[in-house]
Design a protein around this ligand. Structure first.
Ligand code: ZN
Length: 259
């Protein structure tokens, strides 16, 4: 095996392990429980899960998706989140190598997996997830290769745009169009993408959100009054902008200044 292939495998496996921890975060943060204690247990029978059954992906496969103690099915979400995290880490490595950008990418991707799934489940974005992400983005921008000014501007732009849209929505429609959590999240992502990235990320997430909503309403999976969490669209758009950078930014926002 070449060194690059070996590194790729190691990064993917590391992603799986982080994904396993993200499952714990997704499951416990909304109920404000500790991330460290107790060890993982089956949500059905509450029996602790043996370490060998808790191996990312493999545990699920070997158990054929059922709890060893009670035989109840284990949600496919667990291996899905693990696989998704592994794939994201791997793609970041293949795109950026082991580099400063890769480090920023895995931090951003990790938080977005947790925030996106929690928002999908609960329609809520917790400040315990977004505030550390803002701080991480601003801190990482201070390292060599970063751009602290653009990072700060990105935070203000991302949060500012959603804050203003939220205000307009309250004035025009007398209802809250944007949750406060979305404002924090957009600000946090702006710290990673800079101001142009923040603008195009938001534009892209509105387009994806609108298309998906129209399709789901058309298929009668949702009705017009359903609350649709916006966080997963923001997360997906942010990762797309991070991966493709200027190419995607100028594709969705051709009028942004070039420098
Ligand atoms: Zn069980």
């Amino acid at each position: 095996m070449t060194e690059h292939a070996l590194q790729s495998v190691m990064i993917f496996l590391t992603g799986l392990i982080f994904g396993s921890f993200f499952n714990v975060c997704i499951f416990r943060i909304p109920s404000k429980r500790s991330l460290m204690f107790p060890n993982s247990f089956c949500p059905e029978c509450k029996k602790p899960i043996k370490w060998y059954d808790n191996i990312p992906l493999l545990g699920y496969v070997l158990l054929a998706g059922k709890c060893r103690s009670c035989g109840k099915p284990i949600s496919v979400r667990y291996p899905l989140v693990e696989a998704l995290t592994g794939i994201l880490f791997l793609l970041l490595f293949l795109q950026f190598g082991v580099s400063y950008i890769f480090l920023r990418g895995v931090v951003l991707a990790g938080f977005l997996v947790v925030i996106g799934f929690i928002d999908f489940d609960t329609q809520y974005i917790y400040e315990v997830t977004t505030i550390p992400l803002v701080l991480a983005g601003l801190f990482l921008s201070l390292l060599p290769g970063g751009n602290p000014w653009d990072s700060l501007l990105g935070t203000i732009t991302g949060a500012g745009i959603l804050y203003v849209i939220g205000m307009i929505s309250i004035i025009l429609f007398k209802k809250e169009g944007m949750g406060g959590g979305d404002v924090y999240l957009a600000g946090a992502i702006g710290a990673f993408l800079g101001w142009k990235g923040a603008v195009s990320m938001l534009f892209l997430s509105f387009i994806i959100g609108a298309v998906v909503s129209i399709v789901l309403i058309g298929l009668k999976i949702l009705d017009r009054k359903s609350m649709i969490p916006f966080g997963p669209y923001i997360a997906a758009s942010a990762l797309a902008v991070f991966f493709f950078g200027d190419k995607l930014i100028y594709l969705v926002m051709p009028l942004l200044p070039r420098n």
